[in-house]
Design a protein around this ligand. Structure first.
Ligand code: FAD
Length: 282
């Protein structure tokens, strides 16, 4: 039981004050859609919370020639309404499945990343785009590829006092087709039992390049690079890809939990690849 009542929320004036407060033991708070659930369940008991949602340095969405810089306080809904979502259909497809409209109005992509859930839907487009995470901390700023930032379920490379300042989402070359699907047990507020995102570059009906990212089938979102390589040169024909779907099922490392068994997750992972083929072939 919490002895001191609800955690106190501190509102820093700027980024450097936020970093100082987090270094003193404060817990970063953005939309609170994950954190408040954890606090209510008393999974955690931080001494105080550092509200990042109003920091001017974390608000912006900046379009560059090679990609977009998304401030850590930008909500899913704001991002979905922005030009970035138009430029990156994979981002739009994934973010629009997060929770419900109220959750998307409050929750942030940076919060989704910091949460490091293998079921984090926002992580799938970030892995596919090979996004980078810009961190601000007592020692200054540094940048990490998202795959190096997420270390395991709920585990990140954040060092003491560090916060996510922004995310850099590179615009992919050419015009890849985008696919995202998550399978779960409830239609609304669906937490993925397994999910697959894909960027596929096609040339004359044959795969020229492919990137795949799977959610909820390993300790982190997974890029099955062997399967991506083997897709190259093949048509998006479910019959041709059936052995690859089988390979993908064997490659994932799912667990059994309350939502699904490991063997069901394996099966779904393979089926999702075939679904990708059917969806993107047209
Ligand atoms: C009903 C419901 C449905 C949901 N559905 C989905 C879903 O479909 N898909 C999905 O992926 N998620 C879902 N979520 C989870 C959640 O909404 C998302 O993960 C959201 O993106 C979290 O962002 P937030 O801003 O609310 O994070 P917060 O709750 O504020 O923070 C989450 C974690 O990130 C840390 N943090 C936040 N910002 C920073 C920062 N800038 N730097 C360092 N650390 C930071 C916090 O300390 C905390 O540990 C759902 C949640 C609820 C309550």
């Amino acid at each position: 039981m919490r002895k001191t009542g609800p955690a106190r929320i501190v509102r820093p004036r700027d980024l450097s004050e936020a970093v100082r407060l987090v270094a003193e033991g404060g817990r970063p708070l953005a939309g609170g859609t994950d954190l408040f659930v954890r606090l209510r369940r008393e999974v955690e008991d931080p001494p105080f919370l550092v509200y990042l949602g109003e920091l001017p340095e974390l608000q912006g969405i900046e379009l560059r020639e090679d990609g977009a810089v998304v401030g850590a306080a930008v909500t899913h809904a704001k991002l979905l309404r922005s030009e970035v979502a138009e430029r990156l259909p994979i981002l739009r497809l994934a973010l629009s499945t997060i929770g419900a409209p109220a959750i998307r109005e409050m929750g942030t992509l940076a919060g989704n990343v910091a949460n490091a859930s293998p079921a984090g839907d926002g992580l799938i487009p970030l892995y596919l785009l090979e996004a980078r995470v810009l961190l601000a901390g007592p020692q200054g700023e540094r940048e990490l590829p998202v795959e190096e930032f997420v270390l395991g379920p709920g585990k990140t490379a954040l060092k003491e006092g560090e916060i996510i300042r922004s995310l850099f989402l590179p615009f992919p070359e050419g015009e890849p087709r985008s696919y995202f699907r998550k399978v779960g047990r409830r239609r609304a507020l669906l937490i993925a039992v397994a999910s697959l995102g894909g960027l596929v570059w096609l040339q004359d009906g044959v795969v020229e390049q492919a990137r795949l990212a799977l959610g909820s089938v390993a300790p982190t979102v997974l890029r099955p690079r062997e399967v991506e390589q083997e897709l190259v040169g093949k048509p998006l024909d479910p019959q041709v890809l059936a052995p690859l779907a089988e390979k993908l099922s064997q490659l994932v490392q799912p667990i059994t939990d309350l939502r699904a068994s490991a063997s069901y997750r394996r099966e779904v992972a393979g089926k999702l690849l075939l679904d990708l083929a059917v969806s993107l072939a047209g």
